[in-house]
Design a protein around this ligand. Structure first.
Ligand code: GLY
Length: 370
């Protein structure tokens, strides 16, 4: 059985990310060494609970670990104060101790919310991430960003709080719809584009096979993505510098998500993919990279059957000025200036606040015309 381990070596809070098939049925055995008392509290959502909770519970039973579970409603709207306080109060009512363990079983919403709940209950109890989506496996479950949304914006309340273990079971990806899988793939491509041209070459070659279910290709893609994320997080845990590279495509993405009401019209990973294509187009227009680079990015996204351009988003969108204003609300704004992740080539991203407003406006107007 293929199983890879990425070690996130942060002083005093190091942990392993295990990547491979068949991890969920072994979760009890893998988590047992972390426990002082054989007891855990699971936070999940209703959709994931129907698919995967019984497998987790059976593995905990087999390892002699007592468990209780809270299944929150599925969807982004769960990631706010009401369900967060429900989760915190439930953990307290379950008498989770300082030495206890919370298991987050789900996608990004559950991982972020349960991680933040673990960070504040009794001033911090340990937690284990069992990410069930591709997006959560390659991005949100690793690196310790936890939090919730507020009426003022996404992820504005939270904590950097690292998990104690991440179990990325590749088998769970088979239960995703093609659309959800490809949205997560947007984040996978991002890693190649921001820092590893060889990985992007590999994705161009192996992406379709990976999409169609090839296990070894999926394990490789998740492992390489997690390794790249771990390397960046080890250099810059709290995003004072390099970690911002992980936001390639995200300034555009957040404006598009906001404009589409964080709805089914545009999934986060789809926005990331479109945002990456726009970031390369902008870099090329500013003379930072060759014209071939954005064409290659778009060609790969198209070959995967992904949304690639703003024109691929169904329904009306605001005009370029309004989109630019939405970009200004992004939390990546620093000292009032928009920060962009631009590219010198595929695999070579850098952070800059030095982008002429007019260039962004023209890019958006052109993109909106399709
Ligand atoms: N998702 C971006 C980060 O973890 O920094």
């Amino acid at each position: 059985m293929i199983r890879n381990t990425v070690h996130v070596d942060l002083p005093g809070r190091a942990y392993d990310v295990l990547i491979g098939p068949g991890l969920l049925p072994q979760a009890g055995t893998l988590i047992a060494p972390l426990l002082r008392r054989p007891q855990v509290a699971i936070i999940t959502d209703e959709t994931v609970a129907a698919l995967h909770l019984s497998t987790l519970q059976a593995s905990l039973d087999a390892a002699g670990i007592k468990h209780s579970a809270l299944a929150l409603p599925s969807g982004e709207s769960t990631k706010g104060w009401p369900q967060f306080s429900r989760a915190v109060e439930w953990l307290l009512s379950e008498k989770v101790e300082r030495s206890g363990i919370v298991i987050a079983l789900g996608g990004g919403v559950i991982g972020d919310l349960a991680g933040f709940a673990a960070a504040v209950v009794r001033r911090g109890v340990r937690f284990v991430q069992i990410p069930t989506t591709l997006l959560a496996q390659v991005d949100s479950s690793v690196g310790g960003k936890t939090g919730i949304n507020t009426p003022q914006g996404k992820n504005l309340v939270g904590a950097f709080y690292q998990p104690s273990l991440v179990l990325a079971d590749i088998d769970l990806l088979s239960s995703l719809s093609t659309r959800d899988f490809l949205a997560g793939y947007g984040e996978v491509v991002k890693y190649g584009l921001l820092g590893d041209a060889d990985f992007f070459d590999w994705l161009e070659e192996n992406g379709p096979k990976l999409r169609d279910g090839d296990l070894a290709a999926r394990v490789h893609a998740v492992t390489r993505s997690v390794q790249m994320k771990a390397d960046i997080v080890m250099r810059d845990e709290t995003e004072q510098g390099d970690r911002a590279l992980l936001n390639l495509g995200h300034t555009f993405c957040h404006a598009l998500e906001n404009a589409t009401g964080y709805s089914d019209r545009l999934l986060h990973g789809e926005g990331v993919a479109i945002g990456c294509a726009l970031a390369f187009e902008l870099s090329s227009r500013l003379g930072l990279c060759s014209q071939e680079s954005p064409s290659r990015v778009r060609a790969h996204l198209r070959a995967m059957g992904m949304r690639t351009d703003i024109a691929d988003i169904p329904g009306e969108l605001p005009d370029a000025e309004a989109l630019l204003a939405l970009m200004g609300q992004d939390k990546k704004v620093l000292d009032g200036k928009l920060r962009f992740i631009l590219n010198r080539a595929i695999g070579q991203s850098f952070v800059t606040s030095d982008v002429p407003r007019e260039a962004v406006l023209t890019l958006l107007s052109d993109a909106l015309r399709g």
